[in-house]
Write a protein that binds this ligand. Sequence first.
Ligand code: NG6
Ligand code: CA
Length: 515
Amino acid sequence: MERNLYKILSVVLTSCSLSQVWAKDKECFRPNVVFIYADDIGYGDLSCNGAKTIHTPNIERLASMGIRFTNAHSAAATSTPSRYAMLTGEYAWRKAGTGIAAGDAASIIRPDRYTMADLFKDAGYTTGVVGKWHLGLGDKTGKQDWNQLLEPGTDDIGFDYSFIMAATGDRVPCVFVENDKVVNLDPSDPIQVSYTRNFPGEPTGKDNPELLVMHPSHGHDQSIVNGISRIGYMKGGRAALWKDDKIAETLTDKAVEFIEAHRDTTFFLYFATQDAHVPRVPDKRFAGKSGMGARGDCLLEFDWSVGEILKTLERLGLDENTLIVLSSDNGPVVDDGYKDQAVELLGDHKPGGIYRGGKYSSFEAGTRVPCIWSWKNVIRPGTVSDALLCQIDWFATFAEMLGLSLPEGAAPDSQPMLKAWVGKQKKGRQWLVLQNAQNNLSLTDGQWKYLAPGKGAAYNRLVNIELGNSMEPQLYDLKADPGEKHNVAKEYPRRVRKLAEQLEEIVDGRYGLPL
Ligand code: NG6
Ligand code: CA
């Protein structure tokens, strides 16, 4: 099945051969590529998307230089499956073990998999990843020795350089990992990690709330690091622990250093920020500045990181030939497990804009995320596109841009859409499958959106988000009802049946193939 899909793709992709790439044929481009990939930042969180309650000027500037997408999606409503789909070009629901990864998860993308980083390497790029990883490390879940090289690691799937957080800010181990080795580790104080039991004598958020500087609102009551209790248990590695208020600065500095170090080569940098995921501990330069609590302050911090990247590219004269891509791994959440005043101080701010739901959800705010591409002399400044697009297509789109064919079986769900991404074509995808936290799927053609029946709560009280789960089919007319207020499945039974059949065929890999 994957093979057949690949055949269809390869026909599209062979228009520009490898030799033409090196010859810089007009049909092929080799810009530096920088991804700025936010965490849990929603469509409505940015002033370029119409937010009046927060000002994010650097992102506004980026949007004014390039194209801003109003209907671009992450492939899923949580981090691990969105990142998996983006880097492999395969829908995460096709592969078991791609749900929200624990901090001791083994490498989810294995070395035999052809990744987006491999593609850039094949085109002669230097590749790097800085920031939140959340795709597992090492060979066996729970069996890693964090004091040794973590193999397989990021270098086994195409990254020449990495400086990452193993999982998320709220999961142990709370350390940076550079080129598959924990940074600043003191061998006399080794790290131990467990997701099953605490280490004897170590305090936890549950038993020792008096030690906390930030309290959980739900979950997050295990090991305490920097006065914040996390998910999972860890012991030791004290010299290696990150400082929560310095994560943004450290990661931004590393991203800038990578760009500086590779200014004379062609590079691909995947810069994945921790902002605005929990725990939200903005640097003192941003604390209290948004008036919206820690979440708003982290949005300002994210905007600062974007500004630093833009300044660096301009300072080095690289802005002429660098494609900058900004997006987010999933939609927004206000209370994601810590009492950080985000709920109390939210005011009139709408993190998901006019869209229903949020992170974890099948409704639009789950995956319709901010998205900007900026590329001097290729993308017309200040363009806005309503095309239906998805991050899963970046892989095949870059193959198209670089003029490379993908190896057999690679990126099976990724569609080359370069013209749409650079604003030379209004139409995007004909259809798109999206995935929520319960792995329930929906299918949209841009106007009609069908939510397949599936198990799971309709509403998550803890995070105050409607998840979209229902045992009844749902159909929304996004053109007439972008806020998905009216389920019209009963009014359009034939349309529901057709979309349900199409979704089944896509899941089986039969869709679009000759009968
Ligand atoms: C949830 C966490 C949440 C966040 C999420 C992953 C609890 C109660 N909630 O399980 O805080 O970490 O996982 O977020 O533990 S993501 O953006 O990385 O997908
Ligand atoms: Ca996320």
